[in-house]
Design a protein around this ligand. Structure first.
Ligand code: NAD
Length: 351
């Protein structure tokens, strides 16, 4: 299959590209290379005959038409987005333009290509989205996000992703574009940009800096290893029902404070400090406005219909992630000086 992946130089997109190429798919990576992109994350596939790169902006419809005409993809996996919640609070305009108008452009370019190609039956437009569109859950562990949970986005980031989800569904209902959608919980893992919670904690800990935690650290997130997310995305692309959405989660709910303590314990083991624990560096900072309390995914649809489940536990995935950052300073060190990175506090994804 020839897959057009948008945002393939980002955190999750690069995992999707690496996995797709390793499974023998042809991949065209369309990415504008914003501050969040890192082509070094694709070093392992860059020379593969299965891989091609197109620098293009999804806000530029004409550029998208050219990429579709040049590469004639069998499927689209649309991940390109502005993804950082804190940045969406500081400057929501880019989120509206890229996440909403950009998705509209992708839908129209894909529709034009699909119609011109004679509506090939196997064509798929896979829209990759977030569980943040569902808003915030109360503490009751019985309550989780299902695919039927009403949308209730609360940040400019999640509102822009919610809008893009609605556009994708509308293009299926109105124009019969063959779409599938996924809404996933917080990802972590190798190649995570050093402004997000997990890498900030690892890298600040190693540098002897404070480990910043919003509020009291009691916000709850459900965590999924990024390579498991990439595997789930390919599963839905290949076998998901048309027009259907699938929630993807790791069934790993933790408070932010618990997550940071687990990371500190792993670091204490893998790279012990001369004295004391990395947990001594934890510092509580003023909470983010509109900070959602709890996200939790009910993943039975993807499990029961498509037989997908995560392959690693949270503890194993975090251990692999810490080890990866210890082994790959040449990847993360150059990113730390970029565009205010390191001064921000990610707590989750989009966070
Ligand atoms: P990221 O910020 O790491 O990467 C985004 C990529 O998109 C970058 O390579 C960037 O250059 C590219 N991009 C941004 N604007 C663009 C534009 N206008 N035109 C073309 N390319 C552009 O993001 P991520 O964390 O990998 O997230 C990828 C997708 O998955 C997003 O749609 C996000 O909403 C969704 N998602 C993320 C998470 C998470 O935990 N990170 C969870 C669920 C869903």
């Amino acid at each position: 299959m020839k897959i057009l992946v948008t945002g393939g130089a980002g955190f999750i997109g690069s995992a999707v590209v690496r996995l797709s190429v390793s499974r023998g798919h042809q991949v065209v990576n369309l990415d504008a290379l914003t501050y969040a992109a890192c082509l070094a994350s694709l070093a392992s596939v860059a020379d593969s005959p299965l891989y091609a790169f197109e620098q293009a902006d999804i806000r530029d419809r004409a550029a998208l038409d050219q990429v579709f005409a040049k590469h004639a993809p069998d499927a689209v996996m649309h991940l390109a987005a502005e993804s950082h919640v804190d940045r969406s609070i500081d400057g929501p305009g880019d989120f509206v333009e890229t996440n909403i108008t950009g998705t509209y452009n992708m839908l129209e370019a894909a529709r034009a290509w699909w119609v011109q190609a004679g509506r090939p039956e196997g064509f798929r437009f896979h829209h990759v989205s977030t569980d943040e569109v569902f808003g915030s859950l109360p503490a009751d562990p019985e309550m989780k996000f299902t695919e039927e949970t009403p949308y209730d986005p609360r940040s400019p980031y999640s509102a822009s992703k919610a809008a893009s989800d609605h556009l994708v569904r509308a293009w299926h209902e109105t124009y019969e574009l063959p779409v599938v959608l996924t809404n996933c919980s917080n990802n972590y893992g190798p190649y995570h940009f050093p402004e997000k919670l997990v890498p900030v904690v690892i890298l600040n800990a190693l540098a002897g800096k404070e480990l910043p935690i919003y509020g009291r650290g009691d916000n709850i997130r459900d965590w999924l290893y990024v390579e498991d997310h990439a595997d789930a995305l390919l599963t839905v692309l290949e076998r998901g029902a048309l027009g259907r959405s699938y929630n993807i989660g790791g069934e790993n709910e933790r408070t932010n404070l618990e997550l940071v303590h687990t990371l500190c314990a792993i670091l204490n083991e893998l790279r012990p400090k001369a004295s004391g624990s990395y947990a001594d560096q934890i510092a509580f900072v003023a909470d983010r406005p509109g900070h959602d309390g709890r996200y939790a995914i009910e993943p039975s649809r993807i499990r029961d219909e498509l037989g997908w489940r995560p392959s690693v536990t949270l503890e194993e995935g975090l251990r692999r992630t810490v080890q990866w950052y210890l082994d790959n300073e040449t990847w993360w060190r150059p990113l730390q000086g970029r565009d205010g990175v390191g001064e921000r506090l990610g707590t989750g994804r989009g966070a």
